[in-house]
Structure formats: C-alpha cells, structure tokens
Design a protein around this ligand. Structure first.
Ligand code: FAD
Length: 393
C-alpha cells in the first residue's frame, strides 16, 4: 500500500483522506531524499543543516497560517502524522519544525492580534523567518507558571524585559523569539515577540548536549531589552494563555514519540531478520520476538491513543489533562522501545551508523521537554481527583 508505514499494523493512516495522504507522501519524499542521508553527520557534529530550511518552506506545511492567503487548516490527524513522520526520520529535525510551527507560530496564532498575525505569520509560514519560544528559565522548567522570574516593565510605548531563559530551541538563529515575562505591576505573565538583534537580547548556544544534537538550544539573557508595545502579544493576558499553547504542542510531542517508536521497531525488525547467531536469524528466537512484539504493541497502542486524541481536537473538545496523559504515556513507551531496539542490536546498537543510538539519545530529551513525565502526571492527577493539586505552590 503506497506510503503506509510498514509498522502501521492497524492501518491508522488509512483514516486520512486521499489528499492528506498525498501531502504526507510529499513530506516523506523530502525526508527520504534530503534529510535521512545527512542527519547522522550533522548530529555527530552538533550542527544545524540550514540548507533544509528552504525545502521546509516549499513543502507548504504552514500555508494555512498565512492570514493573507488562508488555506484550510489541516486536520489534527494530518498534523499528527506529519510530526510522526518527521520524528520517524530524525527527532532533531522534528523538534526544529515543532518549535517553529507549534510553539512560535502557534503562540502568534493564538495570542496575536490580527495586525500582529499579518506582520509575522506570512514569512514564518514560508520558513523565511524562523521562530523560537522562550518560557523555561535557568532555575527550572517545571514550576514555570508560579516561578517565572523574567520581568516586563512598561515605559511609555515600550516594555523593558529583564531576566534569563534556558534551553530555547532555534534561538541562536531565530528571527523572532517569543518571550514570556511577568508584568512587574500586575504580576501576570505576558508574551512578547523579540526580534533578532534587539539590543539587550543575547542567545548563546548550549554546547555538549548528548541528545537532539542538531537542535540549537540557547541560554538567553535579557538585559534591559526594550521592545515596542506593538510587539506585546495582545491576546496573552496570563499564564492560562501560555497553557493553551502547551496543550496543543504537548500532543505534538506525543506524536513525535510515536514516530520514534515506529523507527526503533523498524530498525530492530530489519536487523533481527538479517543478523545470524547460532546458525540462524536472531529474529527466530522466542526472546527476540517477545521484544519485537512488545515494541509493535507500544507503537500501535500509542498511535491509537493519538488518533483518537486528534479526533477530539478536531471536534474542539480537548483538555489539558488529555494532552498531558498522551505526552506522559507515549514518551514512556518510546523510552521502552528505543531501549529494546538498542538491546536487539547489542554492540552495533551504540554505533551511530546503525541509527538506533541516535534515537536512544534523542528520546531522553523528548521524555523531559515540554513538561516532564512527573509534571504531566500531576496535571492528570489533579484532573481525575477533581482538583486535588499536588504541585501548585
Ligand atoms: P526541573 O524543573 O528542574 O525538574 C527536575 C526534576 O524534578 C524532573 O524530574 C521533574 O519532573 C521533577 N519535579 C519537579 N517538580 C516536581 C513535582 N512537583 N513533583 C515531582 N517531581 C517534580 N523550554 C522552552 O521554553 N523552550 C524551548 O524551546 C525548549 N526546548 C528544550 C529542548 C531541550 C532539548 C530540552 C532538554 C529542554 C527544552 N526546554 C525548552 C525546557 C524543558 O521544557 C524543560 O527542560 C522541562 O520543562 C523540565 O524542566 P527542567 O529541565 O528545568 O527540570
């Protein structure tokens, strides 16, 4: 069947329309020809392949977000399968795209005025201007709602931002960085778009990462960084608005985890059919089949959960605790799958040439970013107990 992921055991992809599957296929072609051949090399050197950005623009993934030429918004199921497909080839490239589209553009779409959308989204939708999303701070990311320390002070028609951000993906080269800061007067969290080269803004690459090495994460310092009131996101009034973005993007991360799970399974399946020990392929041993089938079960169950979640999103009945459960569940299953795949490749499993080592390392970052398993668990725990919050200060 054309394009169907070999591991899509329950054929979830058939739930997409023909047009959607064509779009998925064009993304697959780009990944197969442009991305897959180069990612190991860029991963090893911890460099970002800037030559891919133009190709991303040509795919038209975000055309619908250009307010001046609105296309129809893709279904959440297609958006999910696109995230899956990117991560299935490389989690760093998926993260670059997720930060730009989901976090940065998603914030402007949700919290920007019409004028702000017109100002920034057309170039972003063509990947001509790249975005980043600065929420996490050096002292910690879990308590970011109550503990956010970056300040915003109004001064006439401008705001002065002071503070620091950590781990901000794409920020070393981004043209537009969303910065979340606390209004010193009202104490509410507000969102600002800081444009590249604004005085008082510096972004320094975080070196020596052992995961998602292609993604350029930065430490940001805001030192009297002055931005016009026109760059304050007009519909971001408190952390509740920040949470709306995370609700959407956490489900995107769960889809990425499904992509990594499928990749790990496929690599292990191929290898165990070819690798021989004791005079026959190791895939014929019962203990090996046990791991392969558990991996297939993890990927199939997670993809089913995400498919149903996408339907709920499309129906507009989608809650924080649902995306939190999806992110927690799928990333735990992902970690199992990459570990088992590595186990089945044994020594070769730690070599970059056999690919699974890259997925093992990258899974660690996906497991923790956009809220750790513990924090997602507490969001779900609060909901199912009728509001008994274990983590509010
Ligand atoms: P901490 O908050 O210090 O947590 C440490 C440990 O304590 C965790 O295990 C946590 O679960 C646990 N813990 C904390 N509170 C509780 C509690 N109440 N109960 C139980 N356990 C608890 N952020 C951005 O804003 N933009 C980005 O683009 C971005 N990209 C990232 C990319 C990468 C590769 C990484 C690693 C991170 C990125 N982040 C980004 C930050 C990310 O969201 C945070 O790392 C994450 O939220 C966790 O925060 P922390 O690392 O500070 O851990």
């Amino acid at each position: 069947d054309k394009g169907l992921l070999p591991a899509d055991f329950f054929a979830y992809e058939e739930l997409l329309s023909d047009g959607e599957r064509e779009q998925l296929e064009s993304v697959r072609e780009f990944l197969r020809t442009q991305v897959a051949p180069i990612v190991d090399d860029y991963w090893a050197r911890a460099e970002f392949p800037f030559q891919l950005v133009e190709g991303f623009g040509r795919l038209g993934l975000m055309d619908w977000a250009d307010p001046d030429s609105p296309e129809s918004r893709p279904s959440n199921l297609l958006a999910g399968f696109l995230a899956l497909e990117l991560a299935h080839v490389d989690a760093s490239v998926a993260t670059f795209a997720g930060v730009h589209t989901g976090l940065a553009m998603g914030t402007i779409l949700t919290c920007g005025s019409d004028e702000q959308k017109r100002r920034w989204l057309p170039a972003m939708s063509r990947f001509e201007k790249i975005g980043a999303f600065g929420l996490t701070e050096p002292h910690g990311g879990s308590d970011v709602a109550g503990g956010l320390q970056t300040t915003a002070r109004r001064d006439g028609d401008t705001w002065i931002l002071d503070g620091a951000k950590r781990w901000i993906g794409n920020a070393t080269f981004a043209d537009l960085v969303v910065i979340w800061a606390r209004d010193v007067e009202t104490r509410h969290v507000l969102g600002f778009v800081v444009e590249k080269d604004t005085p008082g803004f510096t972004a320094t690459k975080i070196e020596n990462k052992m995961a998602l090495r292609i993604v350029q994460n930065a430490d940001i310092v805001l030192d009297g960084c002055r931005v016009p009131e026109a760059n304050r996101l007009q519909n971001a009034h408190s952390f509740k608005d920040t949470a709306k973005i995370l609700r959407q993007t956490r489900s995107g991360v769960a889809w990425q985890a499904v992509g990594v799970m499928f990749a790990a399974y496929e690599i292990a399946l191929q290898y165990t059919k070819e690798r021989e020990q004791f005079g026959r392929p190791i895939g014929g041993f019962q203990l090996v089949q046990d791991l392969l089938v558990k991996m297939l079960g993890n990927a199939t169950a997670s993809c089913g959960m995400m498919t149903r979640l996408a339907q709920l999103q499309d129906a507009g009945v989608f809650r924080d605790e649902q995306s939190a459960l999806a992110k927690a569940y799928c990333t735990v299953r992902m970690r199992e799958n990459v570990g088992w795949a590595r186990e089945l490749l044994a020594g070769n499993g730690i070599l970059l040439d056999y690919k699974v080592g890259r997925f093992v390392a990258d899974a660690e970052a996906i497991y923790s970013y956009e809220g750790t398993r513990e924090i997602q668990t507490l969001i779900v725990g609060r909901a199912v107990t009728g509001g008994l919050s274990a983590f509010v200060r």
